[in-house]
Design a protein around this ligand. Structure first.
Ligand SMILES: [Zn+2]
Length: 257
């Protein structure tokens, strides 16, 4: 099972040396968070360090569910640009957030738009040899706006109806209230990447595994018996942990085996 690291965990001031250390610590690849200030340099550092690469597409200003055609045009062009770039770098997957409906009442219309847009983007990614990995999000507990996808049923329906792949975020799933093993089984071959972190099942804390409610207990063992071949991407909070903390965690895992 390949372990990868999200470049979010490096922080904004990463150097080539950090990427070499990540490789040395046993990570086989990195998922570049494209919203980071030096995302392009990180992509170059990763390649120079012999790490495999994928990307997490930008999302904060780019709402895939937007009803505004001009904003969608911009969303589509920026996401396509990143997919083309990661294909040039020989990448594997592009993780995507489905955006959000402006209000919960508007969610059905938003879901239809997201469905159409996932098909278009998924085909584009496919043509370039990149797997579009649609990630599960955290429900808005106020039920004011509606994040897509907010629950396992909605997420799996969109995946099945659009033929895109899936990135399972373990922290988000715990906040959704979904069962990990059952969800992995239901995703089957659609599952191409996992975002790994721990939390208290309420907030998306991005803790090292075992430092919250231990929500990923037994995950590695379970995956070894499954058909999952993708990377497990550690998505660990850079404002709480250093790279050294993450490397120490990895060493302790090896010692337990
Ligand atoms: Zn994630």
């Amino acid at each position: 099972m390949e372990k990868w690291l999200s470049t979010w965990s490096i922080g904004q001031q990463g150097k080539l040396n950090d990427f070499e250390n990540i490789k040395e610590a046993g990570f086989e690849g990195v998922e570049i968070l494209t919203e980071q200030l030096r995302a392009i340099e990180y992509l170059q550092y990763a390649k120079r360090s012999g790490l495999k690469v994928s990307i997490h597409l930008p999302f904060h200003d780019l709402n895939l569910a937007t009803p505004d055609p001009f904003i969608y045009e911009r969303v589509s062009s920026v996401l396509s640009m990143w997919i083309e770039l990661i294909a040039e770098y020989g990448g594997y997957h592009a993780t995507l957030h489905g955006g959000y409906a402006w209000s919960s009442e508007e969610r059905y219309d938003s879901l239809l738009r997201v469905k159409e847009r996932l098909v278009i983007l998924g085909e584009k990614a496919n043509q370039l040899g990149i797997e579009l990995a649609f990630e599960n999000l955290i429900p808005d507990k106020l039920n004011y706006c509606h994040h897509i996808a907010s629950n396992v049923e909605e997420w799996i329906s969109l995946i099945n109806e659009t033929s895109v792949k899936a990135c399972l975020d373990t922290g988000h799933l715990a906040c959704m209230g979904g069962n990990m093993e059952e969800t992995i089984e239901r995703l089957g071959n659609s599952l191409v990447a996992i975002h790994l972190s721990d939390n208290d099942r309420n907030s998306d804390l991005h803790l090292l595994p075992g430092e919250g409610g231990d929500i990923t207990k037994g995950l590695f063992h379970f995956l070894e018996k499954s058909s999952f071949k993708g990377p497990i991407v550690y998505e660990i909070n850079p404002y709480k942990y250093s790279l050294e903390d993450i490397f120490t965690h990895l060493i302790s895992l090896k010692q337990k085996r």
